[in-house]
Design a protein around this ligand. Structure first.
Ligand code: GLN
Length: 533
């Protein structure tokens, strides 16, 4: 078993997660079984309780874990299917250590960061490695070198390296080489200092991944190699990708990162075959057609809040040889009167997931516009609930239709908590999370789009379609196209006599990959293309 640790220096947002994922792509294509995990130094037990304003999207795994969005990159860039244990936070580590202390497991010892917290961290590295049979496990350490909260993780890696043997461990440090315009020079000092910080705690990276806006010439590479104490070929240049993040594995391959890492780990493997990946990138970079699709949400200004949706649209676009320009619309800006100004020129509308009532009325208006103007509509989670409310209000005449999330006393609670959920809710576990099967109803657009009778999709929501309204809505042309196998939960809906209107209670965006786009996104883009010609 080989271990790669990815640390970050100088500043945050250097794309450590993507670098780890892209290295995963290359190693997997060298025939290695790879798994990835992220260690986050914050004290939240999981990011499920973090606002998108703080942390971007919450990425949901099949086992229902609410995790950091980097796990989304890991799953999209490799074939791994990750589990709860692949996202470790300080909160989880301390929770375990404190529970052990309360149980008396430490037999009267003073409980300390070293060795008890670091032992718990090392234990998790080993347990994950054992649980997920793989040749290489890539561990990304969140945060930036020098952060106080990251120290126990770095100390744990130091001890781990000693125990596992240096030939089995590679530390890859992602750093920034800033360009100082006034001096016309790239600067290596911040990287030197960041490496010095690592050395202070006994860590010496074997690979330096240099984020830079300009090419690194030989002289600067030599300087970095000398001062940061790494071999010259291990100084890897990573400039901002020109078009898409999916170029990154190709860039890293050109820089021979995978070769350097394999050499350091004494792994003899063939070159990675990137032919299909390169073809995918070409389709993303030079599509033959273009489309504009609106995403109407309330976190629209945040680059990361709907990450998986944007990525899924890129995958689906490439499959249709089409570049998708996302028009981001703040749902608080849109109402029935002005919806046409925002949506008049788009080929399709997506309403993504969300919590709380802010911006919901705007989403309802966007959905109505798409239904009435026969624009393809894809509703995701809240986007399905909104579509149900809209249909009940404006087609069935139930003016007081709403979700009890937004109005507890709604006259017509078409979306509500189910009785059995109310019970669970009192016990604190209220969300339906993770993979659940959906039975697709034959003859529906959903079933044709999937081309199968069953789908397994990831969920993250509390409220459900209220089956008491089923027959009334169906009488008016509302179609329930997917349910739980027992028929109790509505998982997908559509609208009759509309070119393409599908909404689902789950999140298909967590299952789309570059060369295997999710059928719903792929079908949606195909419908948008048909609508725009
Ligand atoms: N707020 C809704 C619910 O809890 C939808 C959640 C979501 O879109 N992820 O049911």
């Amino acid at each position: 078993m080989k271990y790669i640790f990815v640390t970050g220096g100088v500043v945050s947002s250097l794309g450590k997660g993507l670098a780890a994922a892209a290295l995963g792509t290359l190693l997997e294509r060298r025939g290695l079984r790879v798994t990835l995990q992220k260690f986050d130094p914050y004290l939240n037990v999981d990011p499920g309780t973090l606002s998108p304003f703080q942390h971007g999207e919450v990425y949901v795994l099949s086992d229902g874990a609410e995790t950091d969005l980097d796990l989304g990159h890991y799953e999209r860039f490799t074939s791994c299917v990750l589990t709860r244990s692949n996202n470790v936070t300080s909160g989880q580590v301390y929770e375990t250590v404190l529970a052990k202390e309360r149980r008396g497991d430490y037999l009267g010892k003073t409980v300390q960061v070293i060795p008890h917290v670091t032992d718990e961290i090392k234990g998790r590295i080993v347990r994950n490695a054992e649980a997920q049979p793989s040749d290489v496990i890539i561990t990304e350490i969140g945060g930036t070198t020098g952060d106080i909260e990251g120290l126990p993780f770095l100390e744990a890696i130091r001890q781990f390296q000693l125990e596992a043997g240096t030939e089995n461990v590679v530390i890859m440090h992602v750093t920034l080489i800033p360009y100082i315009k006034a001096a016309g020079e790239l600067k290596t000092k911040p990287s030197q200092q960041s490496i010095a910080k690592l050395r202070e705690i006994g860590l010496q990276p074997q690979v330096l991944l240099c984020r830079t806006e300009w090419p690194l010439d030989l002289e600067i590479r030599q300087k970095l190699a000398m001062y940061c104490n790494v071999p010259l070929p291990a100084v890897v240049e990573v400039r901002d990708v020109a078009h898409t993040i999916y170029e990154l594995p190709l860039t890293l391959q050109e820089e021979k990162l995978d070769e350097t890492v394999c050499r350091a780990l004494r792994l003899e493997t063939p070159q990675a075959d990137m032919t299909d990946w390169r073809r995918f990138v070409e389709r993303v970079v030079q599509p033959r057609k273009h489309l504009k699709v609106a995403v109407v949400g309330k976190y629209i200004d945040l680059q990361d809040a709907y990450k998986s949706i944007y990525e899924s649209m890129t995958h689906a676009g490439a499959a249709n040889d089409c570049g998708v320009d996302i028009v981001k619309i703040d749902s608080e800006d849109i109402d029935h009167g002005n919806a046409g100004d925002f949506l008049g020129s788009v080929a399709g509308v997506i309403v993504p997931g969300g919590f709380g009532d802010r911006g919901v009325e705007g989403k309802i208006c966007a959905c109505r516009y798409a239904r009435e103007h026969r624009i393809p509509y894809l509703g995701l989670c809240l986007g399905m609930q909104v579509a149900t409310i809209e249909f009940a209000r404006n087609v069935c005449g139930l003016k007081e239709a709403n979700s009890t999330e937004f109005d507890e006393k709604a006259g017509d609670p078409v979306i509500c908590l189910l009785e059995e959920q109310k019970e669970v809710r009192n016990k604190g576990a209220s969300m339906r999370l993770g993979s659940w099967p959906t039975q697709l109803i034959s003859g529906t657009l959903a079933q044709r789009t999937y081309g199968t009778d069953q789908a397994v999709e990831r969920h993250r929501h509390r409220y459900e379609f209220n089956l008491e309204y089923r027959s009334l809505l169906e009488k008016h042309g509302f179609v329930i196209s997917g349910t739980s196998p027992d028929g109790h939960l509505v998982e997908m809906i559509e609208v009759k006599d509309h070119p393409w209107f599908i909404a689902c209670q789950f999140h298909p965006e967590f299952l789309s990959k570059p060369n295997s786009p999710h059928p719903l996104f792929k079908g949606f883009v195909t419908a948008c293309l048909a609508n725009s010609t």
